[in-house]
Design a protein around this ligand. Structure first.
Ligand SMILES: Nc1ncnc2c1ncn2[C@@H]1O[C@H](COP(=O)(O)OP(=O)(O)OP(=O)(O)O)[C@@H](O)[C@H]1O
Ligand SMILES: [Mg+2]
Length: 264
């Protein structure tokens, strides 16, 4: 076997324009195997756009993407899924008329019978049951209707789906944004578990304390440009906030004046 690539994902020189808006300008991103990388930046910084390009929801105007060191062409979400890349979107879309198990497998149902035309419900419910147990998530039973679930439980269903389909690179867009303190902390510990199962995670969030709690590194975007990538163990909340607000010109060196001291 040849030596493993240094990064599971590399994005190089990514640019994207929407009409008159330059959403991303020549952005490079490197994700290590098995790390959680926080993606932070102000509203409109380009976080979702960058991740949607990796997930195949948008195609970049310029730039290249490498997975396991090999260049890939991601033209749509199916291309991304084939590479093991999954994204849980900000406006998390589950099917309210379907239960937990059916949501986990929707679009990629297990089938049986000649020509695989029958849904293998038994197998889907059994697997969903296993996933719930394995991930130790409190989403009750595979038969529960997701319409009745809290935001945190819905995120957990989406995580179970990612595990069911052997996602290797999981992108989450503001998963804790709408959650209360207790639910957010449960979800963060699930994200940590997913990382421990070997999934590499890109976590978009405005909640810097979440990043400091679970991420290995933090990637800062501002005005569509990469500012810095920092080791979480080596930075404070102020360092991250300063980089978000002022960018690398001001925040990167020790003599920058930090005016923004408190957070939240
Ligand atoms: N589909 C689109 N059509 C037009 N403009 C877009 C589209 N998607 C994003 N943009 C613009 O691109 C820029 C970056 O947006 P993006 O959603 O990536 O930012 P973000 O960092 O995710 O912000 P937020 O924290 O508010 O989610 C913004 O100026 C936004 O208005
Ligand atoms: Mg966004």
């Amino acid at each position: 076997m040849s030596a493993r690539a240094e990064y599971i994902v590399e994005m190089k020189g990514i640019s994207k324009r929407f009409g008159g808006v330059q959403a991303l300008k020549n952005v490079d991103l490197e994700l290590r195997y098995g790390e959680i990388m926080g993606i932070v930046g102000d509203n409109g910084a380009g976080k979702s756009t960058l991740m949607k390009i990796l997930a195949g929801a948008y195609v970049a105007d310029e730039g290249k993407i490498y997975v396991d060191g090999r260049e890939v062409h991601i033209r749509n979400p199916l291309d991304a899924a084939r590479l093991g890349i999954g994204m849980i979107y900000q406006d998390l879309a589950l099917f309210n008329n379907l239960d937990v198990a059916r949501n986990i497998f929707v679009g990629r149902e297990y089938t049986r019978g000649p020509f695989g035309i029958l849904l293998d419900k038994k197998r889907m419910y059994r697997r969903a049951e296993e996933l719930i147990r394995e991930l130790r998530v409190d989403i009750g039973s595979p038969q529960f209707n997701v319409a009745m679930m809290s935001g945190g439980q819905r995120q957990m269903v989406a995580c179970a789906r990612a595990v069911a389909f052997q996602t290797r690179i999981l992108i989450m867009d503001e998963p804790t944004a709408a959650l209360g303190v207790r639910e957010a902390s449960r979800l963060l510990s699930l994200i940590r578990d997913l990382r421990d199962r070997g999934i590499s995670i890109l976590l978009i969030t405005q909640r810097i304390p979440d990043v400091l709690a679970i991420a290995d590194r933090v990637f800062v975007l501002k005005g569509g440009q990469r500012q810095d990538v920092m080791e979480v163990s080596k930075v404070t909340l102020d360092d991250v906030v300063t980089m978000i607000v002022k960018g690398k010109e001001r925040g990167g060196n020790g003599d920058a004046q930090v005016e923004y001291k408190s957070f939240g």
